[in-house]
Unconditional design. Structure first.
Length: 218
């Protein structure tokens, strides 16, 4: 099995594109490849208030962008190129993501981590849901191995938030500076808005390395 470590922030547009492309490449070009996808949190807005930040204001204050469509154009175009209909104007708020990341981390034990991460990301971008809400997260997680009450408790637990913050610090210490960040087979790393071909090339390189190691070690 090929291990894929995926570092993401749920509210980052390039992360939904990256996750979509990874799944698409695996399904279309590597249908026989067994993979284990391990998600790691990156907190881009660790101090976002519970009510969220209004994205047009965030873009203007942080980046000097007065027309959100300018910031949205490229990720939307890249998403469409890979068959994902993405309208970034639908979601107007950047919510805190600690609760969502806490559930994604907890989903490792249920064997549903990647599916849950994709479901939460899709709920945020495609359905414009408040993924800072414990109730919204519990609704999503209850379809991915959690009981509703269990998921809601995790989403509200300050100890789980601290775990996420420590994991995010570990991500930064590992050199993750931008998202999405992929590590294939523990050695092939790429980051940012990579094309399907670039993701496929990295997967191929990682599988070749694993195959050569098997030959060398019998």
């Amino acid at each position: 099995m090929l291990r894929i470590d995926l570092y993401t922030e749920i509210t980052c547009p390039w992360c939904i594109v990256g996750q979509h492309r990874l799944d698409k490449v695996l399904a279309e070009r590597f249908p026989e490849l067994l993979v284990g996808i391990h998600h790691h949190p990156v907190l881009l807005l660790p101090d976002a208030p519970a009510s969220g930040l209004y994205i047009p204001d965030l873009l203007r204050i942080r980046y000097g962008i007065t027309d959100p469509k300018v910031a949205f154009a490229r990720p939307e175009a890249e998403a469409r190129a890979s068959g994902l209909s993405l309208d970034l104007g639908r979601q107007r708020m950047a919510y805190p993501t600690q609760a969502a990341h806490a559930l994604i981390l907890a989903a490792r034990e249920h064997g549903t981590q990647h599916r849950l991460a994709v479901a939460i990301t899709n709920a945020y971008f495609l359905d414009a849901k408040n993924i800072g809400s414990a109730d919204v997260l519990a609704d999503i997680a209850s379809g991915h191995g959690f009981e509703y009450a269990e998921a809601r408790a995790i989403a509200l637990d300050p100890a789980e938030y601290r775990r996420v913050e420590q994991e995010a610090a570990n991500s930064a210490a590992a050199g993750v500076r931008s998202v999405p960040h992929f590590v294939f087979g523990g050695r092939i790393a790429i980051n940012g808005g990579r094309s399907e071909d670039e993701i496929a090339s990295s997967l191929q390189e990682a599988t070749r390395f694993i195959a050569s190691n098997r030959v060398e070690h019998g």
